[in-house]
Design a protein around this ligand. Structure first.
Ligand SMILES: C[S@@+](CC[C@H](N)C(=O)[O-])C[C@H]1O[C@@H](n2cnc3c(N)ncnc32)[C@H](O)[C@@H]1O
Length: 291
């Protein structure tokens, strides 16, 4: 057993792992992931006491989000089989082992404590690199092999940044990886506001405050982050099991949830964009400045 001693925002990596593994352990799972199932049993961490019970619908929702990212990565690797995937805030995600094509390069970026834990509990091969860096510091872009295409993913990360930091991160990616792609998820403004008021999650544990939220209609404002931002595309959640699984890909057409729902977004960066200009102020580029 390996002790997992994470707190605060890094602890959320254990929350997402716990939920994906709970879903993956079902015989009718939407996300087969034996490595995640095993990893949970190998970690010395009181999952249930610290994070509450993993409710089946939350576990499936977290797994469907992971599956949406898997589909983005698989589509990228289909056109760039030797490309580089950079997983920002990757925590204990086991996505590499779900999607690897045997050729891709994979860079994991996270804060030093979660990264150190990841290095101890998951086996990293020659095509994988671990980079301990705060994503608010653009040094994580150094040394990335971008020659065969780059996909940057940020699953469960950007909501923990300030709006201006989200804008800067998008601009950093656009500058560093012309022709590249960034895929990330976001929570709604209302959800982010609730976390800042101390809301608890469905398992009863307090959610870390989320400074950034974005409603669906605000998505196009992301173009203001950098002139190279081209396509801004909605990535629907895949279909899953039961009512939740039926509704997941249809959330955009449900009147009550159309604007107020979690989003997965894919941004493309043009290779031929105008020379860099500094990002515009956060309020215009990344929605939701906390009041
Ligand atoms: C909710 S977890 C998501 C982990 C993983 N992507 C997943 O979906 O399971 C958030 C992750 O972001 C990392 N993180 C938060 N703020 C960060 C920052 N400023 N720089 C780098 N990583 C950060 C945390 O350490 C944690 O691993």
């Amino acid at each position: 057993m390996i002790k997992a001693d994470l707190t605060g925002v890094p602890e959320t990596a254990l929350w997402t792992l716990y939920h994906r593994a709970t879903e993956a352990a079902r015989p009718d799972t939407v996300l087969p992931d034996p490595r995640a199932v095993r990893l949970v049993t190998e970690l010395d961490f009181p999952f249930r006491e610290r994070l509450g019970a993993a409710r089946p619908w939350v576990a499936q929702a977290v797994a469907l989000r992971a599956l949406a990212f898997d589909q983005v990565v698989r589509a990228f690797l289909a056109t760039h089989p030797d490309g580089t995937v950079i997983a920002l805030g990757e925590g204990l995600e086991t996505q590499f082992w779900r999607v690897d094509n045997g050729r891709a390069r994979w860079v994991t970026v996270d804060l030093s404590d979660p990264l150190e834990l990841r290095g101890r509990v998951l086996p990293h091969g020659a095509r994988q690199r671990l980079v301990a860096c705060d994503v608010r510091d653009s040094r994580w872009t150094a040394g990335v092999d971008a020659a065969r295409g780059v996909l940057v993913t940020a699953q469960g990360l950007l909501m923990y940044l300030q709006p201006a930091q989200v804008t800067r991160l998008i601009a950093t990616c656009a500058d560093a990886f012309p022709g590249g792609t960034l895929a990330f998820d976001s929570v709604s403004r209302r959800f982010a506001t609730r976390t800042r008021a101390g809301a608890k999650g469905p398992g009863g544990h307090r959610l870390p405050p989320m400074p950034w939220g974005m409603d669906a209609h605000e998505r196009d404002r992301l173009r203001g982050a950098h002139p190279a931002v081209g396509d801004v595309v909605d990535v629907p959640l895949p279909a899953g099991r039961g009512l939740l699984g039926y509704l997941a890909p249809r959330l955009a057409s449900l009147p009550l949830l159309r604007g107020d729902r979690p989003l997965v977004t894919r941004l493309s960066f043009r290779a031929d964009a105008a020379p860099h200009r500094p990002p515009r102020p956060a309020r215009r580029a990344a929605p939701d400045a906390p009041h």
